[in-house]
Design a binder for this molecule. Structure first.
Ligand code: MD6
Ligand code: FE
Length: 222
């Protein structure tokens, strides 16, 4: 059964860690699919290369990004938003690989959010020193849907805060194959990623890759 392949959360490297009501880490959930995920990321990046976007304040982000799926997340002088076209090519973002959608839906179901149908997959690439400052994910039209986040390659420390920026944060170490799911009462919690430590990972070299799946368009749209 498919459950035995992907949802064996009792084995020692598939631990479930509750972060808050609505937020949890499924440790090792994507580990078996990691090689296929990395190959698919390579294909997406061939069509929509990683680029360091500018913040609305015009600073270049340290994390390089690409997208796949009907909508892609963008940041530039005009602000943050989702758009159907890659501004670098003028073409639609690459199609979301079938495996991505399936994995995201299974992880969401496992976390108590059945029926998750993401229309956006943001791909983040971190190198030594890359970080993501504390932020909320609130550019999505449908805040009723959860977010599913898959970590690949080098380990990182995820910072998990509260609903206000100044609340204390907890440090959550994430490794290759870990999946974070959050939604419901946790959907607007502040979070970030600490500066990546230098290192090498067999399949990703000096990088950490992160996939974040969202339902970015209006409810009902796909
Ligand atoms: C990252 N993740 O792990 C960045 N946002 O590279 C996020 O910003 C994020 O992991 C919302 C929910 C889960 C996440
Ligand atoms: Fe985020």
């Amino acid at each position: 059964m498919i459950d035995d392949l992907f949802c064996d959360l009792d084995s020692k490297d598939q631990r479930r860690e509750i972060l808050a009501d609505g937020a949890l880490v499924l440790h090792g959930f994507a580990r078996a699919q990691a090689p296929a995920l990395l190959a698919a990321i390579g294909e997406v990046a061939a069509a929509a290369p990683f680029r360091r976007m500018r913040t609305p304040g015009s600073l270049r982000m340290s994390v390089a990004m690409s997208n796949c799926g009907p909508l892609g997340w963008l940041s530039d002088r005009q602000g943050y938003r989702y758009a159907p076209l890659d501004p670098d090519s003028g073409k639609p973002w690459p199609t979301m690989p079938g495996l991505f959608g399936q994995l995201a839906q299974m992880a969401a179901t496992e976390a108590g959010f059945p029926g998750f149908a993401p229309d956006a997959c943001l791909i983040n690439r971190y190198e030594a020193g890359s970080k993501l400052s504390l932020h909320q994910d609130k550019d999505e039209a449908d805040l009723g849907a959860p977010i599913v986040s898959v970590s690949l390659g080098l380990p990182a420390v995820f910072l998990f805060g509260g609903l206000k920026r100044n609340e204390p944060t907890t440090r959550v170490p994430l490794v290759h194959g870990d999946v974070v799911v959050w939604g419901g009462p946790a959907r607007l919690r502040y979070h970030g990623v600490q500066a990546l430590k230098d290192g090498r990972w067999p399949e990703t070299g000096n990088c950490r890759l992160n996939l974040t799946f969202r339902k970015a368009g209006p409810p009902g749209d796909q």
